[in-house]
Design a protein around this ligand. Sequence first.
Ligand code: GLY
Ligand code: MN
Ligand code: MN
Length: 437
Amino acid sequence: MKIGNEFEKRRRYLLDQLGNSSIGVVFAAKEIKRNGEGYYPFRQDSDFFYLTGFTETDAIAVFAPGREEGEYILFNRPHDPELEVWVGPCAGQEGAVRDYGADQSFAIRDAGKIITSIISGRERVFYNAGGHPAFDHRIMNWIKRLESKGRQGVNVPTDLVNIGKITHEMRLRKDEAEIATLKRAADITAAAHLRTMQHCQVGMLEYELEAELMYEFVRGGGQDTAFENIVASGASSCVLHYTENNRRIENGKLVMIDAGVEYNHYAADISRTFPANGKFSEEQKAIYQAVLETQEAVIGMVRPGIAWIDLQHASERLITEKLVALGILQGKVESLVAAGAYKPFYMHRIGHWIGLDDHDVGKYKIGEMWRILEPGMTLTIEPGIYIRDDIPGVDKKWHDIGIRIEDEVLVTEDGYEVLTVGVPKRVGEIEALMANR
Ligand code: GLY
Ligand code: MN
Ligand code: MN
């Protein structure tokens, strides 16, 4: 089946950025052995997918600006009737051209010879460095092979550059197709979180609730989780990346769920926190409101032109103010913020870019300057307050309250759009929903 034209647009942009003295080489992900004859489920390299839409392993995409025979060359598996009996049809060389828009396609076994000849005469090779040590070795071998022909007048590239320098900046600004896919992933994930609130019962095991998440992920057409599911109740809600998910959910405790589906290679990432028995205690509600008000205020700041770090600083100040108002911190807000007094309670960042990867690519700081938000960027806003019982000087009525509220936000032309709608986060809404379980 022919893929959408967004991939072609991305390749055109990349080719123009590379220019005629450079070449781009992007390796597909490798299959990873699991045991005996088995492999882990295959997941394509994000840059490779972004540029090609091609989902098979054993492939290399070459981008050669100005090359007469074709600028986009895909090396992939030729048809293998014996293998295809087991794994189904692969694209083969004709599929690479017909369905994936390659100008030329060759069998992967011929890649070394052909790529060596394509890179000769270019000054720079851009490639997905760091993806796998085998990729670095192959690039070096091709260059060495060319160097041995130096006396025949062959020009050898001198600069090796991580292609992420171009692709990561591209991926930071989502195109329409990406936003549509992110919204679908967000919808599936919102439905999954909603289902956990509807199915939570005191006495359940955390993994039983995790099963409700997975039910919606698979039913919605997701292929995987974007990261390990976090279903954390009671004291575990204060463990940022708790993934054991095997505690019994107790009456009077909170349940913090941080989970997202991977849908057509794109991630979703939502956190919600709710009371196991459906009703927040006074203390839980107070901390919950502090996190929610912080989250809503920071989301409200999102617009083109604001620096990402300003969102971080705003969250630190707001959480400090609220901890002071609750009597958990004592002192002047200004000096408490400066001293980092919020850190035992709020020790992580306000959020991250999200896209093909949950913690998506894209620099936060360019040189000495923090990134300024632009339309098309997508990020999570996920403040939290976590009150472990070993933080000195805190009344024990606050102990084991761990709350994170996380949504995904798109920067629009004049502000923001929350992508993860469809799962409540107001106290009244959550309690009303859970009262009708
Ligand atoms: N689930 C990891 C995160 O929210 O960043
Ligand atoms: Mn998360
Ligand atoms: Mn996140």
